[in-house]
Design a protein around this ligand. Structure first.
Ligand SMILES: Cc1cc2nc3c(=O)[nH]c(=O)nc-3n(C[C@H](O)[C@H](O)[C@H](O)COP(=O)(O)OP(=O)(O)OC[C@H]3O[C@@H](n4cnc5c(N)ncnc54)[C@H](O)[C@@H]3O)c2cc1C
Length: 451
C-alpha cells in the first residue's frame, strides 16, 4: 500500500489540561494498512486519539493520529456486538447504536474520546461498581506493535498482551480495531435522582448504601469547611424503561445539540477562590429547590461538559491540572477527609471536585487504574502552590495504599507511580517483547521512566 495519503505536519500539541506543550510531528494515516506500512520508517511514536487525556499521555515528538480510522466494521443489531476502528469516537458509536437500542456499556464524562483512548486508559464510568471498566466489555482487539506486527488478542488469546494493552496508555502498540459488547437499552432516557448531602459522612454513606443503583456520581463543594466538609450533590440513575416515559415521548432519540464554544483563552486568574466560592455556593443551593427525581436525556446525565466546546480555555494560557486518585475502602472515609482538609488548608480551591465509588479492579491489568474504593477527581489551576499541594496529596494517597490515574496525570513522580502500580514491571516486560527497539514512547512514559 503506497503511503501517498498519509499526511505529516508539525504542530504544538498538549493534553486537555494544556500544560507542557510539545512541537510534534503529527502522522495521520488514512487506513490501518497505511499504519502498518509506516511502522518500519518511524523512529519514535505514540498513538493519539482525541487528545482528551489531561496530561502528557498522548503527547510525544511524533504521534500517530487515529482521527481518520473511524469506520464501523460490523454492527449486529440483534446481539449488540460491534466491531470498529479504534479512532472512532464514542459519540459516533452512539449515533449508530442508540436508535437501535444499544449503548456503550461504560462511558466517561465525555463522549468525545476515541475507542482506542478508552481501551488504552481502561476508562471507568459512573457504573464501575456494577459494570467494571471499559475493557471488561471487549471481546477482542487488534493492534500493531512497535515492530509493525499485527496481533489480535483477547482474554483467551495472547491474554498477557491483551491485559497489558487495556490500561497500557498506548505503550504496547496502537490499537487498530476492537469488538465490543454493547448494553441493551429500552430508551435513551435516564431516570435520575438528585440528593443533596450535608457533609462527607452523608455523601460516602450514600454510595455505601446504594450500590444497587447502576450509575452514581457526586459533585463535591471542595470549599465547604467544618461541619459541611464534603457536602455535595449526588446524581444517580439508570436507563429508563419505556413504561416510565410520558405518553408520546419518543423512546430512542439522539441528543446532539450544537455545542457553544469558548472562543479563546480566558485571562489567567478568571478561575480563583472567589469565583469558585460563588459558583460552588450557587450550584450547591440550587438543588435545595429542584425536584429530586425526574427523567432526563442521556447527554446531560453522562456528558454535561460536552455542550461547551473548548471549556479548557476557561483556565487561561497557563492551563490546568486534573488530579484523580483512588483510595482503598477500609480507610476510605478517613482518606477522603484528609485530602479535602489538605486542599482547604492550602487555600487553592478546586473548581471541579467529583467523587465516585469504584468496584474491584482487575489485578491482571498492570496499569489499569480502578481498585475497590473511592475515587476523587479535582481540577486545579496550574500554579506552583497547587504543584506543592499535589505532592502532599500524593503522600496521602501512597500512605493509604491508593494510586493516581495516568490518563489525568502531568506531574507525579516515578516513586508514586511504582507505589500505586506494583505490577508495573509486567507491563515493561511485555512492552520490551513487543517493542524491542523502544520506539513507542510518550512524554508521560519518559517522565515516569517507563520507557
Ligand atoms: C471532560 C472529560 C471527562 C472525563 N471523564 C472521565 C471519566 O469519567 N472516566 C475516565 O476513566 N476517564 C475520563 N476522562 C479521561 C478520558 O476518558 C481518557 O483520557 C481517554 O483516554 C481519552 O481518550 P482520547 O481518545 O482522547 O485519547 P488520548 O487522550 O488521545 O490518548 C490517551 C491515551 O490513550 C492512548 N491511545 C489513544 N488512542 C490509542 C490507540 N488507537 N491505540 C493505543 N493507544 C491509544 C494514548 O497513547 C494515550 O496514552 C475524561 C476526560 C475529559 C476531558
Amino acid at each position: 500500500m503506497p503511503l501517498s495519503s498519509t499526511s505529516k505536519h508539525q504542530e504544538w500539541i498538549s493534553g486537555w489540561g494544556q500544560t507542557h506543550p510539545v512541537h510534534a510531528t503529527i502522522i495521520t494515516p488514512k487506513s490501518n494498512d497505511e499504519i502498518q506500512a509506516l511502522a518500519p520508517t518511524l523512529q519514535q511514536w505514540i498513538p493519539r486519539g482525541m487528545g482528551k487525556s489531561y496530561g502528557d499521555a498522548s503527547v510525544g515528538h511524533a504521534v500517530i493520529d487515529s482521527h481518520y480510522l473511524n469506520q464501523v466494521i460490523n454492527f449486529n443489531q440483534v446481539n449488540g456486538i460491534i466491531t470498529c476502528n479504534a479512532g472512532i469516537s464514542l459519540e459516533d458509536i452512539h449515533k449508530i447504536s442508540i436508535p437501535s437500542g444499544w449503548f456503550l456499556p461504560v462511558v466517561p464524562g465525555t463522549q468525545l474520546i476515541s475507542i482506542g483512548g478508552a481501551i488504552a486508559a481502561d476508562i471507568h464510568g459512573k457504573n464501575h461498581h456494577q459494570s467494571g471498566s471499559f475493557s471488561d466489555h471487549i471481546h477482542s482487539l487488534t493492534m500493531m506493535t512497535g515492530e509493525g506486527e499485527i496481533i489480535t488478542c483477547s482474554t483467551e488469546k495472547d491474554s498477557d498482551i491483551f491485559y497489558a494493552t487495556c490500561g497500557g496508555m498506548g505503550l504496547t502498540g496502537i490499537i487498530l480495531s476492537a469488538t465490543i459488547q454493547l448494553l441493551a437499552i429500552e430508551t435513551s432516557w435516564i431516570t435520575q435522582s438528585v440528593t443533596q448531602t450535608k457533609n462527607l459522612e452523608e455523601t460516602l454513606t450514600y454510595f455505601d448504601e446504594n450500590s444497587n443503583v447502576p450509575y452514581s456520581v457526586a459533585w463535591l463543594d471542595s470549599l465547604a469547611d467544618q461541619a459541611s466538609l464534603g457536602r455535595g450533590i449526588i446524581f444517580a440513575g439508570d436507563h429508563s424503561k419505556k413504561s416510565e416515559l410520558a405518553a408520546g415521548t419518543p423512546s430512542l432519540i439522539l441528543d446532539t445539540p450544537a455545542p457553544i464554544t469558548v472562543p479563546c483563552h480566558a485571562p489567567n486568574g478568571l478561575i480563583n477562590p472567589i469565583t469558585m466560592s460563588i459558583f460552588n455556593t450557587f450550584y450547591y443551593h440550587q438543588f435545595s429547590f429542584k425536584p429530586a427525581h425526574g427523567i432526563v436525556s442521556y447527554r446531560p446525565f453522562f456528558f454535561p461538559l460536552d455542550s461547551v466546546g473548548h471549556w479548557n480555555r476557561l483556565y487561561g494560557h497557563r492551563g490546568f491540572l486534573q488530579y484523580q486518585c483512588v483510595v482503598p475502602l477500609p480507610s476510605g472515609h478517613d482518606s477522603i477527609k484528609e485530602i479535602l482538609e489538605a486542599i482547604l488548608k492550602a487555600k487553592t480551591g478546586s473548581f471541579l471536585a467529583v467523587l465516585k465509588r469504584l468496584g474491584a479492579g482487575n489485578p491482571l491489568k498492570p496499569l489499569s487504574f480502578p481498585m475497590e474504593g473511592y475515587t476523587l477527581a479535582l481540577d486545579f489551576c496550574h500554579t506552583p502552590k497547587v504543584l506543592a499541594l499535589l505532592t502532599h496529596l500524593d503522600e496521602i494517597v501512597e500512605r493509604k495504599g491508593g494510586r493516581i490515574y495516568l490518563a489525568k496525570d502531568a506531574r507525579m513522580s516515578t516513586s508514586t507511580l511504582k507505589s500505586g502500580y506494583p505490577d508495573l514491571d509486567k507491563l515493561i516486560t511485555i512492552k520490551r517483547r513487543l517493542d524491542p527497539h523502544n520506539k513507542i514512547q510518550s512524554q508521560l512514559s519518559k517522565r515516569l521512566n517507563i520507557t
